[in-house]
Design a protein around this ligand. Structure first.
Ligand SMILES: [Zn+2]
Length: 150
């Protein structure tokens, strides 16, 4: 009957990947374009195909990023200042904590029960600090892979 219905009868599935690869003639491209305007099925196929290819090329890019990241790690230029900052901060906190801890432990005026409580508090703080650092390290590692799911 109408031109549109005739086009829907002839799906362009086999031309879709050719379109994405840029292998079609001007005429074929026009055919696919017109067909996709009226055929939801082929339009969705085209979108899915495009998305799939995008994912594949993204994953290639992230592999490349991974290599660059490794180079930077080897280089130490990027990560060292930040690591030193963390070490200084943590070292300073630990030093202060240690001084107070020793003062408490060796103080004759403080009851042994109180000492145990103070030690427990410092132990808890140290554990928290450790878990936060651990999580940061894990996040840093997994950041690179977050968007890749194939
Ligand atoms: Zn179709």
């Amino acid at each position: 009957m109408s031109k549109h219905e005739k086009n829907v009868d002839q799906h362009v599935g086999e031309l879709l990947s050719g379109l994405l690869d840029g292998e079609l003639t001007q005429q074929q491209r026009q055919l696919v374009k017109l067909h996709c305007e009226i055929c939801i099925e082929c339009r969705e196929n085209l979108e899915n195909l495009r998305e799939l290819r995008q994912r594949i090329s993204d994953s290639r890019l992230s592999e490349l990023g991974e290599d660059l990241w490794r180079e930077n790690m080897n280089d130490k230029k990027v990560t060292t200042p930040r690591s030193i900052g963390w070490l200084m901060l943590i070292g300073g906190l630990l030093a202060i904590a240690g001084i107070f801890l020793i003062a408490f432990i060796f103080s004759g005026e403080i009851h042994i029960g109180m000492k145990v409580i103070i030690i427990a508090i410092y132990g808890g703080l140290a554990t928290l600090l450790y878990s936060v650092l651990r999580q940061r390290l894990i996040e840093q590692k997994t950041d690179k892979y977050k968007d890749v799911e194939i």
